[in-house]
Design a protein. Structure first.
Length: 283
């Protein structure tokens, strides 16, 4: 992807998650589909957004009364029986699991992408759900009128989980070394959901040393968190790895300005000095 195309991608993402947009107004589906354009630059976002509207109409037809139990039943039937959405256990780290168009086309995803489809279809039929960023396993939460909380696991076909079952999920992922804490089950914002999606993708790309794709993901993360010094530094290192030395120097300068007393500040100053010397020799 050329830099001009990357700039277009950043601009498109900003339309949905830019600083002037309240978190409640973040369009989660379209923002997630723009993330998929890191892999599919010509992806028709509106075509896939309309698929969510169609799924919502199918659910509404099965649950016209808007009673939550009936709506959950209709959601589970349409998404897990008719559409056959399911967790990709065979190839969990396939980047396709993070692209919403692939999730809708293949029916395969990871907890967070399956949850985004579920919560956004639910929202369109009048059932508000919140994302829950439990470590290693994304969930959804529903608050009933009497204040009771229901935790939903979309990776496992809409299972309703108790807190003990949440601990069991953590035990599976972290080999019994992480205890469930109350904050693990707190709702998170729409921007936090998108950030987690991007972090998942970045981890996959870094593990395969695909620095160019990781850089695109870093660009999008900084649309959400433009002042994050850690993300600025990571983008600087990715730019440097790809030979984008002038841009890397800009980021390193911004990092030092934001975090002048960071533990690695001196190391970063030396790196910046080295890049500037190199750039001077090239002029």
């Amino acid at each position: 992807m050329h830099y001009t195309t990357a700039a277009n991608l950043i601009e498109s993402f900003s339309v949905f998650v830019g600083p002037g947009i309240s978190d409640d107004d973040v369009d989660l589906i379209r923002a997630a589909l723009v993330i998929a354009r890191t892999e599919y630059p010509d992806l028709d976002v509106e075509s896939y957004a309309s698929k969510l509207e169609d799924l919502a109409r199918r659910v509404a037809a099965k649950a016209p009364a808007l009673e939550s139990r009936e709506t959950f039943s209709a959601l589970n039937h349409v998404l897990f029986e008719e559409v056959n959405l399911r967790g990709n256990r065979e190839d969990y780290y396939d980047p396709k699991n993070s692209f919403l168009n692939d999730v809708l086309d293949r029916g395969l995803g990871i907890p967070i992408t399956l949850a985004i489809v579920y919560m956004e279809v639910a929202r369109r039929v009048g059932l508000p759900l919140a994302g829950v960023g439990m470590p290693g396993h994304f969930l959804l939460k529903h608050f009933s009128d009497d204040g009771r909380e229901t935790l939903i696991d979309c990776f496992n076909r809409g299972d309703v989980l108790s807190r003990q079952e949440c601990q069991s999920r953590l035990d599976e992922i972290y080999s019994g070394e992480m205890r469930l804490r109350p904050e693990f089950l707190q709702p998170i914002s729409r921007r936090q959901i998108l950030t987690r999606m991007l972090n998942n993708l970045k981890t996959v790309y870094l593990s395969t040393r695909n620095f160019r794709k990781a850089l695109l993901v870093s660009d999008l993360t900084l649309v959400i968190h433009p002042q994050s010094s850690d993300d600025i530094k990571q983008r600087a290192l990715l730019r440097y790895s790809l030979g984008l030395h002038r841009l890397a120097a800009e980021d390193l300068g911004d990092y030092l300005q934001a975090s002048p007393s960071a533990s690695d500040a001196e190391e970063i100053r030396q790196m910046l000095l080295s890049i500037r010397r190199m750039l001077a020799l090239m002029n």
